[in-house]
Design a binder for this molecule. Structure first.
Ligand SMILES: Nc1ncnc2c1ncn2[C@@H]1O[C@H](COP(=O)(O)OP(=O)(O)OP(=O)(O)O)[C@@H](O)[C@H]1O
Ligand SMILES: [Mg+2]
Length: 287
């Protein structure tokens, strides 16, 4: 049995200036090495949830906290942000909000976190070279991060966190600014890190990717986890998605339409690969 790396227990958080919203997570345990997708409508509390893992809540926000969040067994409220940042890397939606501004160019920006952790020069250079290659940022390596496009900036921001290889990587809608190819690169890269044992928390509206890559989905609304389940369980549950103001994956819609037309009475899927298999089984002329 793998150990729990993230544990929420009787956790409550209320922002100081906001009486209308409260995060309430009574009991949530996430195993080391899992890939967790987080979905929910605007204002559900997804970002607040990410902040609570990173320790931004309670350390950088004003409000009242009850209960506990433990990262690797250590309570976030008893830990410092600098200690937590060695274990948890947080990637936000807006790349500018996470640029250190300390680096004059892309290479230096990526080096910043490694320098702070005290990596030796030679190892640092090797790591930076690798990540720049992986993210195809070579031609921009000597430009200022502030001269890049939004998508390129996001790649730099993500590279700067991933290069540190924290045990837990939390991504809060990181692909909003990215084109489809870069989005695919980010999801694949994150999956690769997951296969190396990293625990991933990925907030996204890109349901096709979450369905393909995640072990489990957390559906949040009104500050709580309304439903936890396998990707297929969540992404084929049309009433649940609708009730929580979420979109229906195209493939799920397709099966729903076939059902309404009286042509499908078996289980649904949200996955392209499974859909192909199911349809070929049911309609032999498709083979
Ligand atoms: N610093 C803050 N002070 C007061 N209220 C806040 C603060 N940050 C967020 N909130 C409120 O907490 C609630 C949850 O916000 P949060 O950003 O966690 O939601 P979200 O699910 O990430 O939404 P989105 O999909 O729009 O990113 C919202 O009602 C928001 O207004
Ligand atoms: Mg958010």
């Amino acid at each position: 049995m793998k150990e729990n790396i993230i544990e929420f227990e009787k956790f409550e958080w209320q922002y100081g200036n906001n009486a209308n919203f409260k995060i309430l997570i009574n009991d949530l345990k996430i195993k080391k090495g899992s890939f967790i997708g987080v979905i929910g409508p605007t204002g559900a509390g997804k970002t607040s949830f990410c902040y609570s893992i990173m320790g931004v809540i309670p350390h950088l926000q004003t409000g009242e906290m009850k209960g506990s969040v433990r990262i690797g067994g250590v309570e976030t409220k008893n830990s410092s942000l600098s200690m937590l940042s060695r274990k948890v890397g947080l990637i936000l939606q807006n790349p500018l909000s996470q640029m250190s501004g300390a680096g004059l160019n892309v290479e230096e920006e990526i080096a910043f976190g490694l320098e702070n952790l005290g990596y030796p020069r030679s190892e640092m250079e090797k790591k930076i070279k690798e990540i720049i290659k992986l993210f195809e940022l070579k031609e921009h390596a000597h430009r200022s991060p502030f001269e890049l496009s939004g998508g390129q900036q996001q790649k730099v921001a993500i590279a700067s966190v991933l290069v540190l290889e924290p045990d837990i990587i939390v991504l809060d809608e990181p692909t909003g600014y990215l084109d489809p190819l870069s989005t695919e690169i980010i999801f694949n890269l994150v999956k690769k890190l997951n296969k190396k044992g990293k625990t991933i928390i990925f907030v996204s509206h890109k349901f096709e990717y979450l369905n393909k890559l995640c072990d489990e989905i957390l559906l949040m609304n009104e500050g709580s986890i309304v439903k936890k389940g396998s990707p297929e369980e969540i992404f084929t549950n049309i009433p649940l998605l609708k009730k929580n103001y979420l979109g229906i994956p195209e493939i799920t819609s397709l099966f729903n339409r076939l059902k309404k037309a009286g042509k499908w009475n078996k289980e649904f899927t949200a996955s392209v690969e499974k859909a192909e298999k199911y349809l070929k089984e049911e309609f032999p002329w498709m083979r």
